[in-house]
Design a protein around this ligand. Structure first.
Ligand SMILES: Cc1cc2nc3c(=O)[nH]c(=O)nc-3n(C[C@H](O)[C@H](O)[C@H](O)COP(=O)(O)OP(=O)(O)OC[C@H]3O[C@@H](n4cnc5c(N)ncnc54)[C@H](O)[C@@H]3O)c2cc1C
Length: 299
């Protein structure tokens, strides 16, 4: 049987990598390969790619910066799609910023500051892409990215469509999308501010992170969502699990909701460690923790 590359190449202009280890593309640094990693040149190239993958019956998923992903050890039988070339960030009018999904949060936050717009100071320290941040409704210090969204452009069923904010279903670390929907871009409304104040707030946000999150090993940020009225780290801490490890996966000594890779962890180590944490927290507090990290691939 010919390699699907040949068929994909007939319509696709972007980059294709075969058997690409996803551990290279995730902050936890674990996980097996994707059969294909595809990097479209632009959104029309993405559209062609999806049509071809559908025709060939090849499953796919979108990978952003990989900062919230646990890829399982056998990897992903299908195509991981990176939108890293869709990375435009533009000022549309005095207070409106436009960003494509593959742009980095840091670039969006820096652009807002450079335009003296306030509202994205919290975003500076959240690693990843705008698409990933929207998908996760990323947030910190009492703010989240959806506070500033006015509309999203989604690719769905072969069409690009604009969705205004109040038509979207979003909440804490969550945006509801249909299974085959992809975030292409977003528009944000910010507020005019003072550039020095914005810079100072960004610096303070980075300092706070440095103090509480300097865990020193590969991680995916908070592994579990905060249950209503509770902090996941405190529930884990109350079980005496700080420093507890399975294989190479460990509960960070610095932040109990950060699970770290001490060098040679497998995805299975993380699954086992998470199961123990969930079991102990449930027994002690009656609360069932839910993963914030997205789990992808085959065990
Ligand atoms: C040190 C550290 C600190 C962190 N601090 C925070 C924090 O303060 N607050 C916070 O909220 N998070 C935090 N995180 C987690 C992470 O940075 C965020 O969840 C971030 O938004 C993930 O973006 P990403 O581009 O890496 O997405 P990925 O991890 O690559 O993907 C996350 C999910 O989004 C989907 N996705 C990505 N792009 C698209 C798209 N274009 N269309 C549709 N779906 C898409 C993926 O399929 C996946 O399901 C932290 C992580 C680390 C490592």
């Amino acid at each position: 049987m010919p390699h699907p590359f040949e068929s994909i190449r007939t319509v696709f202009r972007g980059e294709l990598l075969a058997n690409e280890p996803l551990s290279r593309h995730t902050s936890l640094k674990v996980g097996g390969p994707a059969d294909i990693l595809a990097i479209p040149e632009d959104k029309y190239d993405l559209l062609e790619l999806l049509g071809k993958l559908e025709e060939l019956g090849i499953p796919w998923f979108v990978i952003g910066g990989g900062y919230n992903l646990l890829v399982l050890d056998k990897g992903f039988r299908g195509t991981a799609i990176s939108l890293r070339k869709l990375d435009r960030v533009e000022l549309r009018d005095d207070t409106t910023l436009y960003a494509e999904a593959g742009a980095k949060n840091r670039v969006l936050a820096d652009t807002a500051r450079d335009c003296s717009l306030t509202g994205f100071e919290f975003l500076i320290g959240i690693p990843g892409t705008v698409g990933g941040a929207l998908r996760m409704n990323a947030g910190a210090h009492g703010r989240e990215i959806f506070d500033s969204v006015t509309s999203l452009e989604l690719l769905s069923g072969g069409e690009f469509k604009k969705h205004v904010k109040n038509s979207l279903d979003y909440g804490y670390r969550h945006l509801q999308l249909n299974p085959n929907e992809i975030i292409i871009s977003a528009e944000f409304r910010l507020v005019s501010g003072n550039r020095e104040d914005i810079t100072a707030d960004m610096d303070s946000s980075m300092r706070k992170r440095h103090e509480s999150q300097q865990v020193g090993w590969p991680n995916a940020g908070s592994y579990f969502r905060n249950p209503p009225e509770h902090a996941a780290w405190r529930l884990i801490d109350e079980c005496g699990l700080r420093g507890f490890s399975i294989g190479g996966a460990q509960v960070s000594e610095v932040h109990a909701n950060f699970l770290i890779n001490r060098g040679a962890a497998t995805a299975l180590d993380f699954l086992k460690l998470a199961a123990i944490i969930k079991g102990q927290v449930l027994e002690k507090s009656g609360i069932l923790l839910a993963e914030e990290v997205r789990i992808v691939g085959e065990e």
